[in-house]
Design a protein around this ligand. Sequence first.
Ligand code: 13P
Ligand code: SF4
Length: 330
Amino acid sequence: MNFKEEIIKLKEKLDVTIVAHFYQKDEVFEMGDIVGDSLELAKKAMIAPTKNIIFCGVGFMGESVKVLAPEKRVLMPKVACCAMAKMIDVEYFNENLKILNDAGISSDDILPITYINSSAAVKAAVGKMGGYVCTSSNAFKIIEKGLTSGKKIFFVPDRCLGQNFANQIGLKSAVIGVDSIEDVKNSDIICYNGFCSVHQLFTVEDVEFYKEKYPDIIVAVHPECDVKVVNKADFVGSTSQLIKFITEEISPTQKVVVGTEYNMVNRLRDKNTYVLSSTKPECPTMNETTLEDLYNTLKSIENETYENEIIVDEDVVKYAYMALNRMFEV
Ligand code: 13P
Ligand code: SF4
């Protein structure tokens, strides 16, 4: 079967919007009516004119649309879970909070901020405490806003994002379970010990190798990369910021090595022939979605069986919405 042709036919006749993240395989990405990074997709999908949204991405992204627009039917061709989002659940969140309480930091003095790469349940736990969601494109602003509360920031689940933004603002950060409890007590941004296994593949050795081989090369990385890598990079930006930088802000003949997911980096080669990638870091969960899965999801709308529909508990929707909405307000 030619899945591409069948998908195009089904798309035309059904009340559906296909949403695809930049990290999707090329053939799936091409089918997107809306494409973008996690923030753009959440914003655009919630106001899409159709009842059905098919989200080609990872689980937390589909959940975010459901939280922001509960009246929509959100389906995912594969309910693939981001490895980082899986590193934290509400139980772990509460256990870490207890570690802070036992160290003498009262919950009233803690403002939690969760990276959007977390479950709706974790977002709800954060929302209940008056906290915020952030993405890699607005983390700086959200952390700055959070700091105006005068409280310590408890940043979950990505320790790298927390540490990198703390460094940028010139604040102290520490990671629970890695740094001493004294360091944790003395830091402004306390990070949960989660990370992205894909972005950890970029090493200081990679950066040094490229800088030695091509002295005029630019190193551009996502802030999910390790602090040591980010410190040596020339440009640090979210998915959309990296795209803008490479396609609009540097010359197409400027060599640039990019530290982020491979499908996206590879697509950038259409605009700049000198885009290099040190490894071939495909996000395994983003890559789970195939054209056949997308076809099957469309068929399930046609047959009214609605496979892999995202359902979020009402109470979770209420509090997760608060945390997401606080981000939009900033
Ligand atoms: P963006 O928020 O930049 O889309 O990133 C999502 C992600 O999972 C990065 O690894
Ligand atoms: Fe999650 Fe990392 Fe994949 Fe992004 S690249 S979806 S953070 S596992």
